[in-house]
Write a protein that binds this ligand. Sequence first.
Ligand SMILES: NC(=O)c1ccc[n+]([C@@H]2O[C@H](COP(=O)([O-])OP(=O)(O)OC[C@H]3O[C@@H](n4cnc5c(N)ncnc54)[C@H](O)[C@@H]3O)[C@@H](O)[C@H]2O)c1
Length: 440
Amino acid sequence: MADRYLRLTGTAPGRLLTRGLGLPQPVPLRRWSPQTPGLDGPLLHLTAGESVVTAGLAKALAATGLPVERRAARPAGIVLDATGVTSVTGLAEVHAALHPVVRSLAPGGRIVVIGRRPSSEDHHQAAAQQALEGFVRSLGKETGRGTTVHLVRLPATGTPDAAGSTLRFLLSPRSAYVSGQVIELTDAAPDAEHDPAAPLTGRTALVTGAARGIGASVASVLARDGAHVIVLDVPQAREDLARTADRLGATALALDITAPDAAARMAAAAPDGIDVLVHNAGVTRDRRLVNMPADRWAQVLDVNLDSVLRTTDELLASGALGRGGRVVATASIAGIAGNKGQTNYAASKAGIIGLVRSLGPRAAAEHGVTVNAVAPGFIETSMTAAVPLLIREAGRRMNSLAQGGLPVDVAEAVAWFAQPGSAAVNGQVLRVCGQSLLGA
Ligand SMILES: NC(=O)c1ccc[n+]([C@@H]2O[C@H](COP(=O)([O-])OP(=O)(O)OC[C@H]3O[C@@H](n4cnc5c(N)ncnc54)[C@H](O)[C@@H]3O)[C@@H](O)[C@H]2O)c1
């Protein structure tokens, strides 16, 4: 669905007019393509407070392939090491480091603050580190021009060694529609050596709901990253599914995920095991609770949540999802903010968040598998094209980037979770919503 307003603000007269009226100023986002694989400029590496991870962070930043500098006239990214900030005085150093340079950041730039998990034993450290969350969320709302801002938290005493894949993702065009996020890392070392250009080579990924929309885009990005993909959708979508499979050289599996034997049939389609399981299939059956019959409630909960719980449990128990495996589920900002007419949908998506947070640490300890979720905001799909015009326009503009996301934005986030290098990313829910004001 074309965003005509975004096109208008892309012209000089359109910009003049909309600025004069005080309207939002979206800019076209620079997304990944073979021609634009990285940010266009150097990374500025700054430090606030006494850091003990300077050398490790410099190494992790060098692995992004971008030139890293301590001074840069026009940086494409700014990384502020705030791991040593443990007091209000330390927070003043955050201001001192960023205040003079934020304005010099190139359009579409990235700001990543590196912090530590707030301590349960030192409330001064906890206050200072939690303060960084409010700081990045506010800065993300101020910077404009397609800039994104994040906080990456290292464990209490961890090094940035496990942060490589996360920094590569955040400091690249792949994260164009992700902003204002807090990502908590563990110490887990990458699962295997891999080629950053094709990190999923030799891996099998199964994507549910992949005949169209976001799922088809996820399948396409995972195939781009080297995976053999199994695309799954309901038998009624067989034709679209076959087309997606042909385009990607993927295997098609026509299956309703609510079927009692769904997990067994998923495992049978991947005799060598499933390395990446993407629960993307989802349905809406909107009605206000007072008008909602039990069958509409049950259908949404069954597809969006219960089948995710059942198939994940069975595939973990049978070993079809084994060491180094990745589960990526799909929540929604409706599951965080709630939405009128969507008590069933929002309950199912909030349930996904509960599942991820609880199962993540246990699945890693018992099976060597990570469990994460994406929470899309307003994504330009046939689902959102059907939304009435005024509500659609509000959905598009009510975020820091003042535009809707594309299916590929969700797909890039899934691909980051899926990488062998992302073992330290576990139990996380990443909003892909341009820093939507809803549920912020
Ligand atoms: N589009 C958005 O803005 C948005 C926002 C937040 C969350 N999401 C979530 O992202 C996911 C994909 O959304 P989309 O917009 O691409 O939706 P979509 O309706 O275009 O695609 C969903 C796919 O899931 C399949 N599916 C439904 N029930 C199934 C079942 N029982 N078994 C197997 N496949 C089944 C459908 O046939 C369809 O191909 C969903 O989980 C949705 O809730 C979307």
